[in-house]
Design a protein around this ligand. Structure first.
Ligand code: 3HC
Length: 299
């Protein structure tokens, strides 16, 4: 990188809901993005998803039509991981599997310039574990985005055992460059937000499971009684029950506190394929929608 807080290119690994959202937010800030996914079909879905999000932003008066075209032109979709070489920062947003992520980290670390940042959007895997696959653990950290990425203003900057102070400062500069607010957190399961959010969501699931109240009343209670934009069960469906299960599991594994333990109903729903909005069924039922319509749902 020429200058500490100038980002001339960003790479994103994984073009699912989160990866596409990260690419969109980055390109929106004027930074060219190379977005990788091994399958052409997934890249097409990513293009459709971003197009749909941009149309929505234009329709809502958040973006000029000309700006939307310029933003799209800043994104290069590729099936060649090596095309991310030359990036000042690479953000990985693929499946929550430490082995799969680790191998990607090892490969990228092999050719990415050592001063470039290597970040993961993981919400449940220790950053130290991913850093252990690399020769440059000092440039590895977590950048945890929130769904829907183009709308949510927060990034958690996750500082692992070997992350350098310089990497943290540059990660914060990146967050600022793309118009997000960065908060710093230790490399502990859940970071700040999920550590607070998950016990609340788990409590709502248990309340529903025990027949304490209807799903609608639980959600309406928190929407109208606490001014949350979505009730907890709707939010669970929005995040994805499989994703939530993985987060609960990782929090429980780390801290062994009952408030993080995935409720029995959550496990049954996940194994039955009821993954929330993206699968058409979770705590609620959803009409089949194209991926592009579910703007920003966590993959
Ligand atoms: N680009 C830019 N802005 C957009 C946009 C886009 N593509 N799409 C929508 N917006 C803007 C709208 O203009 C609107 O802004 P305004 O309030 O200033 O007018 C705002 O976003 C809300 O959009 P809509 O009115 O179209 O939609 P809703 O009112 O239905 O809100 C929602 C949708 C933003 C998803 C809202 O329901 C919400 O905030 N839900 C909670 C989301 C949440 O909690 N996310 C965190 C999940 S946890 C997580 O991700 C961590 C992981 O590890 C699990």
């Amino acid at each position: 990188m020429q200058q500490e807080d100038v980002f001339t290119q960003a790479g994103v690994v994984g073009a699912g809901f989160m990866g596409s959202g990260i690419a969109e937010s980055t390109a929106r800030a004027g930074i060219p993005v190379v977005l990788y996914e091994p399958e052409e079909a997934s890249l097409k879905r990513s293009r459709d998803r971003i197009d749909s999000s941009l149309e929505r932003a234009v329709a809502r008066g958040k973006l000029e039509a000309g700006e939307a075209d310029a933003l799209r032109a800043r994104i290069t979709w590729t099936t060649d991981l090596k095309a991310l070489d030359g990036s000042d920062i690479v953000i990985e947003a693929i499946v929550e599997d430490p082995q799969v992520k680790g191998k990607v980290f090892r490969e990228i670390d092999g050719w990415l310039a050592p001063e470039a940042l290597l970040a993961s959007n993981t919400s449940s895997i220790p950053i130290a574990q991913l850093a252990s696959w690399t020769r440059h653990p000092e440039r590895v950290l977590g950048l945890h985005f929130f769904s829907p990425v183009p709308v949510m203003k927060l990034i958690e900057v996750v500082v692992a055992l070997d992350t350098s102070a310089d990497a943290v400062l540059r990660a914060q500069a990146f967050a600022a460059a793309i118009g997000k607010t960065a908060i710093r957190t230790k490399d502990r399961s859940g970071f700040i937000v999920n550590m607070l959010l998950v016990p609340y969501l788990v409590a709502a699931m248990r309340m529903y499971e025990e027949g304490f109240a209807s799903r609608e009343d639980i959600d309406t209670g928190m929407k109208l009684g606490a001014a949350h934009p979505m009730g907890p069960l709707t939010l669970c469906d929005f995040i994805g029950l499989d994703v939530l299960y993985a987060i609960c599991d990782s929090l429980y594994e780390e801290f062994k506190r009952p408030e993080y333990a995935p409720p029995p109903l959550l496990k049954r729903m996940v194994v039955s394929g009821h993954h929330g909005r993206k699968s058409g069924r979770g705590f609620y039922e959803y009409a089949p929608v194209s991926a592009a319509e579910v703007v920003g749902v966590v993959a």
